[in-house]
Design a protein around this ligand. Structure first.
Ligand code: ADP
Ligand code: GN1
Ligand code: MG
Length: 360
């Protein structure tokens, strides 16, 4: 079937004028569908990454419904998916599994940002998302990707890939390998506290990079989080940290010139301020204390995942050239290194906004 025919399976009753690849996601194939009346987003779900796409769509449905019906949802925008001729929210043919949702009008995403107010907005949006889901029953959600942010297991997976050396690339990256291996102890810091129940499991988004937040063209405010595929039980530190690793860098995730890549502490301050405002009272003292660990962990984990994929021969993330995953891994490790140097400042920032009433 052509993409045109596939869109028609969603019964939108709108004349299709154009279908073009859209966005910068690393996982799904995304298309902007322009019709006479509306625009839509068509996605071919990456079923290698998400084999349980029924469970995934069910998670999204439950969570978006819950947010819509919650008390403080007056201004929240939510993704709306269409039912297909196959009777559910996906359409499957020999080329894959597709879904269609409304393109959120007058919205855009940032790939990088220098403006402190955008960071504060992003922080607020993510904090609010977690607090809106505070009373959601996590046991009704399926774990779409097992151990997604279990950094200790990610560390073991990295070691296996290193031993296998499938793509024969190990010798090019000795420095990067050493960077990872030197942080074996660190990799356990969050998961061990989840295991001991010192850190609570919540319902989290788990993929909060900046280009998964829609902003309004008109008000410049954050509208909503998109890319809801990885919603599942997780730690607040994951959502805080993953956003920081991407949004508080002075350069894109795949910048080749490492001299341009820095962890920007003033962007971190703006993001943290917004996040603590959005999360309100829904944060424990240990979570607050460990926000900086979350940022460092998610950056380390992501770098390790990019390097693992590089060693495997680029099986997971979409790449545009042979060294793309390696370039990405290097930016993440540079950021980790700089976060290690700024640990105390990062901790002080969390308490600054805590004592200013951000949390109380
Ligand atoms: P991936 O999982 O591959 O990252 P996303 O769901 O994040 O896919 O979509 C990729 C990009 O498409 C987003 O970064 C955003 O720019 C755009 N996008 C996705 N859904 C919408 C939507 N409903 N409205 C507007 N833009 C969207
Ligand atoms: C992927 O889907 P996307 O592009 O928003 C990945 C995240 C990584 C990110 C790195 C399901 O996010 O975990 O942090 O790339 N998503 C999945 O940019 O693996
Ligand atoms: Mg995305």
């Amino acid at each position: 079937m052509t993409l045109n025919e596939i869109v028609k399976q969603f019964n939108i009753n709108d004349k299709i004028n154009d279908i073009s690849p859209y966005g910068e996601g690393h996982i799904n194939d995304t298309y902007l569908v322009t019709c006479d009346s509306n625009q839509y987003i068509l996605q071919r779900i990456n079923t290698k990454v998400f084999p349980n796409y029924y469970g995934l769509m069910d998670n999204i449905q439950q969570v978006t419904k819950f947010i819509h019906s919650s008390k403080n949802s007056e201004n929240s925008v939510c993704l709306k998916f269409y039912q297909s001729s196959q009777g559910d929210l996906t359409f499957k043919d020999e080329s894959g599994c597709y879904r269609l949702c409304d393109f959120i009008k007058d919205s855009y995403v940032y790939q990088t940002v220098e403006d402190a107010s955008v960071l504060e907005e992003a922080g607020k949006c993510i904090g609010l998302f977690i607090s809106q889901l505070d009373s959601f029953d996590a046991s009704s959600l399926c774990e779409v990707i097992e151990n997604f942010h279990h950094t200790a297991i990610r560390f073991d997976t990295f070691n296996k890939s290193l031993k296998q050396n499938k793509a024969n690339r190990k010798n090019n990256v000795e420095k990067e390998i050493e960077f990872v291996l030197n942080r074996k102890q660190f990799a356990c810091e969050i998961v061990s506290k989840i295991d001991s129940k010192e850190l609570p499991l919540r319902v989290t988004h788990n993929d909060t990079k900046l280009n998964n937040i829609l902003f309004s063209n008109t008000t410049k405010k954050a509208l909503c989080l998109i890319d809801l595929d990885t919603i599942m039980p997780g730690s607040l530190l994951y959502d805080f940290g993953d956003a920081v690793r991407f949004a508080c860098s002075t350069a894109p995730e795949d910048e080749k010139d490492l001299d341009k890549v820095h962890f920007d502490i003033s962007l971190y301050e703006s993001f943290t301020k917004g996040f603590l405002e959005g999360i309100g009272k829904n944060i424990t003292p240990l979570e607050l204390e460990m926000l900086n660990v979350g940022a460092k962990m998610m950056t380390f984990e992501c770098g390790m995942r990019f390097l693992t994929d590089y060693l495997d021969g680029d099986e997971y993330f979409k790449v545009k050239y042979a060294e793309h995953n390696l370039v990405r891994a290097r930016t993440q490790f540079k950021l980790v290194y700089e976060m290690e140097q700024k640990e105390q400042q990062m901790r002080d920032i969390a308490y600054k906004y805590y004592s200013n009433g951000g949390v109380q």
